[in-house]
Ligand binder design. Structure first.
Ligand code: PLP
Length: 403
């Protein structure tokens, strides 16, 4: 008889954003006269940079002409985009990654989840708590998480990130095989320094672990001292895989493009992880669309760079408005300086969902309850800077008014 992948059946029913959507819809139905402002889901609101739109159109024309039409592309992505990423995002930071260590993808989410394909089902996985849910859920689907009980998975190593440790995890006592790190962090808005990351690289090299470093928000780092890549830490090329994304950098959430770096020097069990991932991609992935790769490449043109800087400046101004507004109301606020996320403690010891409901019902602002990202997120709320500027100002004013 056909058997299902029972790991899927262990996943908790209501995904965080589905529950937020349910509560929001129920409120709107009961109060159709209220105008809600959504600062919850981390989707962007500004359109693609004009340089990318132009590149998309040019590429579409190429596809419609027999002389320039492109069929299947390289599994690892076109050289023009891999070279542009290395030249603009890595070399200026002193990171000597080669374009031949990069894979273009349809976004960081797929690769963060799919990378598990090249590791054994028995690998232990460590995640920060709170955490972007994809790391845990993807590993639960692969059978690495154990069982889910009381809000935790039995085989996941949770690394609490709290106000007490500056939202940066301690090295785990039990050595994990795979360690997901994400900086700037979703949801806490914390960016990591080189000094903070160095012991992790040393630890992974010493124990043979692999760090899965999610740098989807790298473009939001404004402090020049902070690393934008794990490879700015010496030794990371022998222990880390890095994920990048055009989603938040250049509004590609719906256009879909990202990349994964696997250095040739990264070897485990005598095998090159680059070669294993190439084998995986060439079997299960037929490449990111040519037109999309051209659109992504265009963000590195002089016009594209200026447009991206403007876009990020717009969101970071929202972040400043939120951060300073909430702090002036007496809230304990984190993030929002090198990240588009603002993380704050609900006042008077209220729980995340309790304060979420209050913000929804009294301020008509939709937020994300910190508890939805893991047990250590309880008592916190996440706001995103990706909203419209005017709505953001109004939302902050409304929140201040109810406090
Ligand atoms: N990684 C983190 C930490 C995220 O927060 C997100 C999206 O919100 C992603 C990855 C997904 O990025 P992409 O749109 O490239 O799949």
């Amino acid at each position: 008889m056909l058997k299902l992948n029972e790991n899927y059946l262990k996943l908790p029913g209501s995904y965080l954003f589905a529950e937020i959507a349910r509560r929001t819809a129920a409120y709107s139905e009961a109060h159709p006269d209220k105008r809600l402002i959504k600062l919850g889901i981390g989707d962007v609101t500004l359109p693609l940079p004009a340089a990318s739109v132009e590149a998309l159109k040019r590429a579409a024309d190429e596809m419609g002409d027999k002389a320039t039409f492109m069929g299947y592309g390289p599994y690892e992505g076109y050289g023009f985009l891999r070279e542009a990423i290395v030249k603009n995002d890595y070399l200026p930071r002193g990171v000597e990654i080669s374009p031949d260590e990069l894979f273009i993808s349809d976004g960081a989410k797929s690769d963060c989840g799919n990378i598990g394909d090249i590791f054994s089902e028995d690998c232990t996985v460590a995640v920060c708590d709170p955490v972007y849910p994809v790391y845990i859920d993807a590993n639960a689907m692969a059978g690495r998480a154990g069982d889910y009980a009381d809000g935790r998975w039995t085989n996941i190593v949770y690394m609490p990130c709290t106000a007490e440790n500056g939202f940066f995890p301690e090295l785990p006592g039990r050595v994990p095989d795979l360690i997901y790190l994400c900086f700037p962090n979703n949801p806490t808005g914390t960016a990591a320094s080189k000094e903070q990351l160095r012991p992790w690289v040393d630890y992974a090299n010493e124990h043979g672990s692999v760090i899965l470093y999610d740098a989807a928000y790298r473009a939001y780092i404004s402090d020049p001292e902070l690393p934008r890549s794990i490879y700015e830490i010496p030794g990371a090329e022998t222990c880390a895989i890095e994920f990048g994304s055009f989603s938040k950098t250049a509004g590609f959430t719906g256009t879909r493009c990202g990349w994964t770096v696997i250095p040739r020097a990264l070897v485990r069990g005598g095998e090159s992880l680059y070669d294993m991932w190439m084998r995986r991609q060439s079997t299960k992935y037929n490449g990111t669309a040519y037109v999309i790769q051209r659109a992504a490449e265009a963000i590195y043109s002089p016009e594209g760079r200026a447009q991206v800087a403007e876009l990020i400046g717009y969101y970071m101004e929202n972040a400043r408005v939120i951060r300073e507004g909430l702090a002036s109301a007496g809230l304990e606020v984190y993030g929002g300086t090198d990240s588009p996320y603002i993380w704050f403690r609900a006042p008077e010891g209220q729980g995340s969902w309790e304060f979420f409901d209050r913000l929804l019902g009294e301020a008509n602002v939709v937020t994300t309850p910190g508890a939805g990202f893991g047990p250590s997120g309880e008592g916190f709320i996440r706001l995103t800077a990706f909203g419209d500027a005017e709505n953001t100002r109004e939302a902050v004013g409304r929140i201040k008014a109810i406090l």
